[in-house]
Design a protein around this ligand. Structure first.
Ligand SMILES: C[S@@+](CC[C@H](N)C(=O)[O-])C[C@H]1O[C@@H](n2cnc3c(N)ncnc32)[C@H](O)[C@@H]1O
Length: 284
């Protein structure tokens, strides 16, 4: 069958789903089995696809139809202009998280210039935050920690993929396995922040296939901020930056916690939808 026809067939099968972008998803899936990019699919619509490849593609389409995230099928998610490897068991990086990374890149330039600095990413997952910072700022020595073996496997794959020697990945329950005397210039985290009772209401793609350990932040979603904020003071240099991604309605709570722990110059950044998405402050 031809590329155009396969795309149409795929779109027809998955277009009833409540979330997603059927044309883009069908294009990504066909691109994956043909080992070509999106543009190739767009401009080679008449090209004939061998049956065994078409079958593989349609199997993937059926998997997607069941709600399985397309990024886990193709093992890839673009973040900060980089193609991250992802697989089931690790959170798929979200575009909103780029706001945090962009702030940190700009902050490094403004405050540290080219001087060598230490950055900690708590809950590194695929490496979206820490690996992007290490990729774009070679003077940043990034330590990424995660409690999940799968996250460490995937972040190590991405460290290799982008050929980085300024990244260290450690299995750790928050700060537990970090040297007690180690200090960082920046601590960044996108911790699990969904309240326990809100998990069931999430879209199927997230609820059924993304890891709970990456999502759930306790009864009110704030457990990780409660644990990280007080301890981060010990691991930050004087005037160090603490920066979090937050849930859209957690701004006041997280700001209060940071104020109570003596952080200053606290700021909130909004996402593209105008929702509170990032809170940051300086160790006072
Ligand atoms: C919301 S995900 C963020 C992943 C990645 N940083 C990103 O932004 O795409 C949260 C991460 O925190 C990790 N995590 C959960 N509990 C943890 C703990 N106690 N200590 C360290 N990491 C933890 C999860 O395994 C998950 O990878």
């Amino acid at each position: 069958m031809e590329i155009n026809k396969l795309i149409k067939l795929g779109v027809d099968r998955i277009k009833g789903r409540p979330y997603g972008n059927p044309i883009l998803e069908a294009t990504l899936l066909l691109g994956k089995v043909l080992n070509v990019d999106k543009v190739y699919i767009y401009i080679h619509g008449d090209e004939e696809v061998p049956d065994f490849i078409a079958e593989k593609y349609l199997e993937m389409i059926d998997r997607r139809k069941e709600g399985y995230p397309v990024q886990y099928i193709i093992n890839e998610k673009e973040f900060m202009g980089l193609d991250f490897y992802v697989e089931e068991g690790v959170l798929i990086p979200r575009p909103d998280t780029e706001i945090l990374v962009e702030y940190v890149l700009d902050y490094i330039d403004r405050v540290h210039g080219n001087e060598d600095i230490d950055v900690l990413d708590i809950g590194v997952g695929s490496g979206a935050i820490g690996i992007s910072i290490a990729y774009y700022r070679k003077n940043a020595n990034v330590c990424g920690v995660d409690i999940s073996d799968k996250a460490l496997k995937v972040s190590n794959i991405n460290k290799e993929r982008f050929n980085l020697n300024n990244v260290t990945l450690i299995k750790s329950n928050l700060f537990e396995n970090i040297d007690r005397n180690k200090k960082f210039h920046i601590i960044a985290s996108n911790p699990p922040y969904i309240p326990k009772d809100d998990i069931e209401a999430l879209q199927e793609e997230v609820r059924d296939y993304e890891p709970r350990t990456a999502l759930e932040g306790g009864l009110d979603g704030l457990d990780f901020y409660r644990r990280i904020i007080p301890e981060s003071k010990h691991h930050l240099h004087e005037k160090g930056l603490l920066i979090f991604e937050i849930g859209y309605n957690q701004n006041n709570n997280v700001r209060d916690m940071m104020e109570r722990e003596g952080f200053i110059n606290i700021e909130t950044l909004k996402d593209l939808q105008g929702l509170d998405r990032v809170v940051l402050g300086i160790k006072g």
